[in-house]
Structure formats: structure tokens, C-alpha cells
Design a protein around this ligand. Structure first.
Ligand code: 1GP
Length: 227
């Protein structure tokens, strides 16, 4: 689903965005849009955002956080599995319950699992999943190998949501991972940060800055990413 050097914007259905801004994002040279968030995600706000996005010729993916907000029609579905969740609910229980409820309607050929490692202890997603964020490089590399070599997940997502992460960690991960594709998200709000993390991660995700400083969000797309 996501391969090669990729830049994606992540839009939160629970946060308002102007029509003109959506158009600028979708015609910016980004490779696609992920629709997802942590709080206040509903079927209705997801559908509203999806309907506005589908007018543009960009792949749109839904990152699933609430089973009752799953909408058909997306180009692909990303299913987070939080490897360092302190609350086991976020490792397999929410997935098992969602499959129990909707299992016969799921098109698995469009679904891919992201092995999430959440590292910003102040983020909302860290508090909801009770993520164990005080980890050494060795701990994080072991989670990554578990996802890559033991579970054979297609993606490992290093999530610093709201804060710029540690490039040295990304460099170590790049060398340790054999098959999975590395995704990085967190605090990218400039071309320099986008370039730095994309040296190590195949895919970089830009979220919060869209809502905080729109011009800076657009500036994260550098020549390396132009389609
Ligand atoms: C959030 O990883 C994404 O899930 C992007 O992080 O919002 O900090 O850009 P930011």
C-alpha cells in the first residue's frame, strides 16, 4: 500500500478544516491522506471528511481507531497494533472485538497492520493506550524486531505525535529492520525535519501542524517527495 519514499498528511475527522486548505493539501505533491485520530472520531465526521477528500485524485487511507467509524470506500485501511501498550486492550482485544462484530464485512486485501511504538509520553495516544514510553534503544529495537521478524508486519510506525523524535533512533531502526517498512510521525513542521526523518523512514506523516500553522505544513513537502 505504502512503498518507496512517501509523504502523507494525517487529517483528523474531529478537527475542522477549510475547503481551500483541503484542496491545497490534496494538490500539494503529497502521496496521500490518512484519515484518523484519537478522540471524538465518529462514523459521521469520518464520512464528512471522506466525502470532501474523494473529489481529489489522491489515495485516501483510513487508520482505524474506532470500529464503529469504519467506512467503506477508502483506498486502504491501516490497523494499528500498539506494541508497547501497557493496556493489553490495544494489543489484540479491540481488534478481536471489531472482528467479532464486523468480521464478515472486512475486505482483508485492503487492510494492513502497523506495529506502533508510541514514544511521546505526553501524547493523547500514549495516555489512552498506557504506552510504556521509557524505553532504551535496545528495548525499542527489540519491539521493532518483534514486529518485523517475528510477526512479519508490513509496517513499523514510530509515533511521537506532537513532538519531534530522535533521528539517531530512526537510524538504528533503519539498520535493524529487514522487511517491514518504517513509518515516522511526530512534530514534523519544516522541510528540514521532513528531510531528516525521511533519510531513515520510508514514510513520514505530518499531522498537527496542518491545524497549527498551515503554511508550515505545506513546507514539509520537499523536492524528494514530489510525485
Ligand atoms: C500523528 O504521527 C502522526 O499520529 C503525526 O504526528 O501530529 O505530531 O505531526 P504530528
Amino acid at each position: 500500500m505504502l512503498s518507496g519514499k512517501r509523504h502523507l498528511f494525517k487529517l483528523d475527522p474531529a478537527r475542522p478544516i477549510a475547503e481551500g486548505q483541503l484542496e491545497q493539501l490534496c494538490t500539494s505533491g503529497t502521496h496521500g491522506i490518512i484519515v484518523g485520530g484519537t478522540d471524538g472520531i465518529t462514523y459521521e465526521n469520518t464520512k464528512f471528511l471522506y466525502e470532501r477528500l474523494r473529489r481529489y485524485d489522491k489515495p485516501i487511507y483510513q487508520e482505524i481507531s474506532h470500529a464503529d467509524a469504519i467506512l467503506s470506500g477508502f483506498d486502504g485501511y491501516l490497523i494499528p497494533l500498539v506494541l508497547n501498550a501497557g493496556n493489553p486492550q490495544w494489543i489484540f482485544q479491540v481488534h478481536q472485538q471489531a472482528i467479532k462484530q464486523f468480521g464478515n464485512m472486512i475486505d482483508w486485501s485492503k487492510c494492513q497492520v502497523e506495529g506502533y511504538i508510541i514514544l511521546n509520553e505526553r501524547s493523547k495516544v500514549a495516555s489512552i493506550t498506557e504506552a510504556k514510553t521509557s524505553l532504551s534503544y535496545e528495548d525499542i529495537l527489540a519491539y521493532a524486531r518483534l514486529a518485523d521478524q517475528m510477526l512479519k508486519l508490513p509496517y513499523i510506525y514510530i509515533e511521537y505525535s506532537g513532538r519531534y523524535g530522535d533521528p539517531l533512533l530512526l537510524r538504528k531502526l533503519k539498520h535493524a529492520i529487514r522487511n517491514a517498512s518504517l513509518i515516522y510521525g511526530g512534530g514534523i513542521n519544516s522541510e528540514a525535519k521532513a528531510r531528516e526523518m525521511s533519510r531513515y523512514a520510508e514514510t513520514i506523516i505530518v499531522g498537527n501542524v496542518i491545524y497549527e500553522n498551515f503554511e508550515l505544513a505545506l513546507a514539509t513537502i520537499c523536492d524528494d517527495f514530489i510525485c
